[in-house]
Ligand binder design. Structure first.
Ligand code: ADP
Ligand code: MG
Length: 238
């Protein structure tokens, strides 16, 4: 568990500026939601924290280490992708074990961690199935399990609920809240859905057009929106 600190982070693709001088601190153990409309730069910001995109300017710190020059595997964070990216020919157990085998974790330790993650995510009865034999929600839990076994300092989720149908989305939202209560690890959760943000977040970063509009608790954002954009986006009375 660690805090994540961004200092004046910027990014452009070619001539297009995508993130402009963004600074924020995500507290250790905090559930932080990045909320904003499509195209505002949420995924890019998350990918920069994970190390999947270089930054053009600024600094990123995780815990007491500056990480913006480090490769993804050395940053100690785990990203869960929207499309889950599971290996179709491997079982649930193998999907969860694979990343640990790559970093030469002892077999017994892998088995222990996979068993613990399967228990946490209620996947024990599905452990020998392949992704094709699972529902969308179950596949997503496997993707999260693959992150949990790495025992990361933080979890990064990019729109994890957007591929699910409405009913499952509501149920899975609750599972995310429970997961955070159980693990108490720092989590960043990206969404364009204000209800998800309001119900899950300790604090919300409202983004629009490359920049941060406001950072605050759901209550602060809702009752004291810092701009017309925020008021309109979260539906505050004003
Ligand atoms: P969000 O996740 O909030 O929808 P993104 O971070 O995906 O937004 O994208 C922000 C902006 O950057 C968009 O205008 C998008 O088209 C652009 N963008 C994202 N990735 C790339 C890329 N690899 N090359 C060029 N432009 C990109
Ligand atoms: Mg995105």
């Amino acid at each position: 568990m660690a805090d994540i600190r961004l200092v004046n982070v910027s990014k452009h693709f070619g001539q297009v500026r995508v993130i402009e001088n963004v600074s924020m601190t995500i507290g250790s153990g905090e559930f932080m939601v990045f909320l904003g409309p499509s195209g505002c730069g949420k995924s890019t910001l998350l990918r920069m924290i994970a190390g999947l995109e270089d930054i053009d300017g600024g600094e990123i710190h995780i815990g007491d280490r500056r990480v913006d020059e480090l490769p993804p595997a050395e940053r100690g964070v785990a990203m869960v992708f929207q499309n889950y990216a599971l290996y179709p020919h491997m079982t649930v157990r193998e999907n969860m074990s694979f990343g640990l085998q790559n970093i030469r974790t002892p077999k017994q330790e892998i088995a222990k961690r996979v068993a613990a993650a399967a228990k946490t995510l209620e996947l024990e009865h599905l452990i020998d199935r392949k992704p094709g034999q699972l529902s969308g929600g179950q596949r997503q839990r496997v993707a999260i399990g693959r992150a949990i076994v790495r025992d990361p300092k933080a979890f990064l989720f990019d729109e994890p609920l957007s591929n699910l149908d409405a009913g499952l989305r509501a149920r899975t939202r609750i599972e995310f809240a429970q997961l955070h209560q159980r693990l108490k690890t720092t989590m960043i959760f990206v969404t364009h859905d204000q209800i998800e943000a309001m119900t899950l977040a300790d604090r919300i970063v409202v983004m629009n057009n490359r920049k941060i509009e406001q950072i605050g608790t759901p209550m602060e954002i809702y009752s004291r929106p810092a701009s017309r954009f925020v008021a309109a986006f979260v539906g505050s009375p004003s």
